[in-house]
Design a protein around this ligand. Structure first.
Ligand SMILES: N[C@@H](CCC(=O)N[C@@H](CS)C(=O)NCC(=O)O)C(=O)O
Ligand code: FES
Length: 112
């Protein structure tokens, strides 16, 4: 069971930054291949984001799954809304949808 304080802290983090990635490890040192894929996609698009390493906080690791009702990590949020995990982000990237989605949400891209 995730307590309300943890859910509130997650809600605040998600809503106070445009792009937020909950991942295992850090962007420079991802500790799981699924998290690594999302980092690569965001970096390729040149999106600025903040990340949270769920391996450093068991409450957040469980809490983020309760918050979104999504069973796994990574989890990407844009403008306070849950976008998806590795599979969804990868599919949206490959179809070009993610680029449009970011632009529609006013997120700056700096593609190479
Ligand atoms: N199909 C998932 C892959 C991610 C996944 O399976 N994550 C697992 C292993 S890293 C997970 O978060 N398990 C729960 C946990 O570790 O707390 C996606 O699209 O994101
Ligand atoms: S940590 Fe093992 S699959 Fe992600």
């Amino acid at each position: 069971m995730t307590d309300q304080a943890t859910l509130d802290a997650i809600d605040k983090a998600v809503k106070s930054n445009d792009v937020v990635l909950f991942m295992k490890g850090t962007p420079t040192f991802p500790q799981c291949g699924f998290s690594s894929v999302v980092v690569q996609v965001l970096d390729y698009l040149g999106v600025e984001y903040v990340s949270t390493n769920v391996l450093e906080d068991q409450a957040v690791r469980e809490g983020i799954k309760a918050y979104s009702d999504w069973p796994t990590i990574p989890q990407l949020y844009v403008k306070g809304e849950f976008v998806g995990g590795c599979d969804i982000v990868k599919e949206m990237f490959e179809s070009g949808e993610l680029r449009d989605f970011m632009k529609d949400n006013g997120i700056a891209l700096e593609e190479a």
